[in-house]
Design a protein. Structure first.
Length: 270
């Protein structure tokens, strides 16, 4: 049975303890941990808190930036990612989310080679420790500085090049769900999906990410969820809602709405 989860980016202003209490109170049994919040609260305190609320970690985000677009040298980014793998082991996290990094004025062949070199090393460590890596494609309209990997086809190409079962992908419906080819690609993509993040938007991403409440945008969420379910996906449904369109909505209302949407949507799948 799919686990319902919330990414901590959805309640960015709250601290980790507030997040856990609010998510658990509404029946979410999973949490997508954001590493800065984890660092603030402490790894072992977090483990104890999650155990107390019978909550599991559906994702840990994020690692990457291997292209140097965030100013870090390649080896520093790889070392940080390996450290996060070890954190994921202690947290028993389902997935560790990976962002490739921006173009940083590199040519495409160099970008792919650099990313694959990093993922080869990282996947070897992840496989040794039983951690699943999930590469996330970002829509080019809002994510050029985060990732040069922008669509499902290029993501699958990287996964095939690395050829390690520890490496799969995050399917974030905000980034990929507005692509008219996304539904056609899903049967091929589904076996590689380690995590589904649910986001909606009223228009195609442009500039900053701007997600709206689930079901109030133009992403065909019900169709995407149905196709993924029919293709055998049984992982977590992790809500990630950030942006101007939800800034005026209280976190309590955002969580209530997301839980109601998921209950209704998953009820139709069963």
């Amino acid at each position: 049975m799919n686990k319902l989860s919330v990414s901590q980016l959805s309640t960015l202003r709250w601290d980790l303890e507030s997040d856990v209490h609010a998510y658990a109170r509404r029946g979410f049994r999973g949490i997508g941990l954001y590493r800065p919040k984890l660092d603030d609260y402490g790894l072992h305190r977090t483990i104890d808190l999650l155990h107390e609320h019978a909550m599991s970690v559906t994702s840990l985000s994020w690692v990457g930036g291997f292209t140097g677009s965030d100013g870090r040298p390649f080896e520093d980014a790889v070392s940080d990612a390996i450290e996060a793998v070890l954190q994921a082991v202690e947290l028993r996290a389902d997935t560790l989310i990976v962002l490739a990094g921006g173009k940083n004025n590199h040519i495409k062949t160099h970008l792919r080679r650099t990313l694959c070199q990093a993922l080869d090393r990282l996947a070897a460590v992840a496989a040794e420790h039983g951690v699943r890596l999930a590469l996330e494609p970002f829509h080019p309209g809002c994510g050029d500085e985060w990732s040069f990997v922008n669509d499902l086809q290029s993501t699958l190409d990287i996964i095939e090049r690395v050829d390690n079962p520890a490496l799969g992908l995050v399917l974030d419906t905000y980034h990929t769900g507005m692509d008219c080819d996304a539904l056609r690609w899903l049967p091929d993509v589904a076996p590689h999906v380690h995590l589904v993040q649910l986001g909606d938007g009223r228009h195609c991403p442009h500039g900053e990410m701007n997600r709206c409440l689930l079901g109030e945008g133009c992403v065909p969420l019900h169709d995407l969820m149905e196709l993924l379910h029919e293709s055998g996906y049984r992982g977590a449904w992790e809500v990630e809602l950030i942006g101007e369109d939800v800034e005026t909505v209280s976190y309590e209302s955002l969580l209530d709405h997301a839980k109601q949407f998921l209950d209704q949507s998953l009820g139709q799948l069963c």
